[in-house]
Design a binder for this molecule. Structure first.
Ligand SMILES: Nc1ncnc2c1ncn2[C@@H]1O[C@H](COP(=O)(O)OP(=O)(O)OP(=O)(O)O)[C@@H](O)[C@H]1O
Length: 265
């Protein structure tokens, strides 16, 4: 399944937030969407999910104009992973994951044994089957984020859209979530993942493709190591930094602290 945007214009009502956005998302790839606050990442995701109407250009899912597809057809193709939050009602983890099966169920249908199996299989793939009977609201932020990824997997959609999946997670949980994401879109999985992040190092460690956005436009699209140059990162974030190689060959971004406090020795 391929999602293809061509000169896409996005926004709300008459207000254009972004335009000339051209890119594809296909199987076996991880795309990191990077860009400063307010540049239009969430607006783009809402458009990709068919939640808001595009303001121009083309957006095709499996070769069909997305605006002609029914919500349920879009949900069978694209699963959305929101940022983890605590729900006002208690839910068992398995119930939360079963919610991902809604797109596979007819109206008012009860989940079947097959839906339950798919939900348990998704928990197993993410490595959290032991949490199935736990209260979702009482999990840690990292565990909740993994449950939401399992819910998207249970949807059995080939494309996953993740809105800052590691925001508000601690260092260890961020790594655990990134690690599962890397497994999900590995070669041969048939899955494609697009995730937004404010951390360029995540794109480098995932060896992802990067779409760099600024002011509602695509500045660059390509392998993280090519796109994330010091010059481009400075252009995007307005800071000075270097990109260095560790002895083990990994690239990392090192911002230069410029305040007077930073130079005190
Ligand atoms: N419902 C809305 N109606 C009108 N304008 C909106 C709406 N939601 C967001 N915007 C505006 O659209 C612009 C882009 O917002 P968006 O949330 O897409 O940015 P973002 O890149 O996801 O930001 P962040 O990194 O802070 O999450 C902002 O100027 C925002 O104020």
């Amino acid at each position: 399944m391929k999602l293809e945007a061509t000169e896409l214009a996005i926004g709300y009502g008459r207000e254009r937030i972004g335009e000339n956005l051209s890119f594809t998302l296909g199987p076996d790839e991880i795309v990191c969407l990077l860009g400063p606050n307010g540049c239009g990442k969430t607006t783009l995701f809402k458009t990709l999910l068919g939640l808001i109407t595009r303001l121009g250009g083309k957006l095709e899912l499996g070769g069909a104009d997305i605006s002609r597809l029914a919500r349920q057809d879009i949900a069978r193709a694209i699963a959305y992973v929101p940022q983890a939050h605590v729900p006002p009602f208690p839910f068992e983890v398995l119930e939360v994951v079963l919610m991902g099966r809604t797109s596979q169920l007819g109206a008012f249908a009860q989940p079947s044994a097959r839906d339950r199996d798919a939900a348990l299989a998704a928990l197993d793939t993410i490595g959290i089957e032991h949490l199935a009977g736990r209260d979702y609201a009482r999990l840690s932020g990292g565990q909740r984020q993994l449950v939401l990824i399992a819910r998207a997997l249970a949807q059995e959609a080939p494309l996953l859209v993740m809105d800052e999946p590691t925001a508000s997670l601690d260092f260890g949980n961020r790594l655990a979530v990134l690690d599962r994401i890397a497994t999900l879109a590995r070669r041969g999985s048939g899955r494609g993942v697009i995730l937004s992040t404010h951390d360029p190092d995540q794109a480098l460690s995932l060896s992802a493709r990067v779409i760099a956005m600024s002011k509602g436009r695509v500045l660059a699209d390509g392998p993280a190591a090519d796109v994330l140059t010091p010059a481009r990162l400075s252009e995007i974030y307005g800071i000075s930094l270097t990109v260095e190689r560790t002895p083990s060959g990994r690239r990392i971004c090192l911002p230069e602290l410029q305040s007077s406090a930073a130079t005190i020795t």
